[in-house]
Write a protein that binds this ligand. Structure first.
Ligand code: 4NP
Length: 146
């Protein structure tokens, strides 16, 4: 069975497209997508500095376009991964009654990093640092699926 994984952040132009780009390159046999809890950037490509940082580590994410997370995503995906506590709250607010799709933080898969969220580089400007954390978590995620 193919595992369908959705990565979610606020704008869907920095953290979640980066996570999608790393996961689709590093985890064979999964289906990936990403979404934002807001509608602020719907239709936009990933933020330029995020694209450049991703390219620097070998990930081309220029094809991705932002969309807003919706309640249908609970039935379209097997696992939903948010980047921070605000994302998780916004996701859970749309969970349909009776739905049991797991919603976790991406950082749950990188316990050694000691982070409970993926910092938003739109504000911190540390695009490469976020990619490093995402790569570490993606290794843990891949191991959890084996
Ligand atoms: P993201 O970062 O949630 O990682 O995509 C953000 C991008 C844009 C904005 C906020 C966060 N914004 O305020 O437009």
């Amino acid at each position: 069975m193919t595992t369908r994984i959705l990565f979610v952040c606020l704008g869907n132009i920095c953290r979640s497209p980066a996570a999608e780009g790393v996961a689709r390159a590093r985890i064979p046999g999964i289906e990936t997508d990403s979404a934002g809890t807001s509608d602020w950037h719907v239709g936009d490509p990933p933020y330029g500095p995020m694209q450049a940082a991703a390219q620097g580590r070998g990930y081309d994410i220029s094809d991705l376009r932002a969309r807003q997370f919706s309640t249908e995503d609970f039935t379209r995906f097997d696992l939903i991964l948010g980047m921070d506590a605000d994302n998780i709250s916004a996701i859970e607010a749309l969970r349909p009654p009776g739905n049991a799709t797991p919603v976790r933080r991406l950082t749950d898969y990188a316990p050694a990093a000691g982070m409970d969220h993926v910092p938003d580089p739109y504000y911190t400007r540390d695009f490469d640092g976020v990619l490093g954390l995402i790569e570490t978590a993606t290794q843990g995620l891949a191991a959890s699926l084996r």
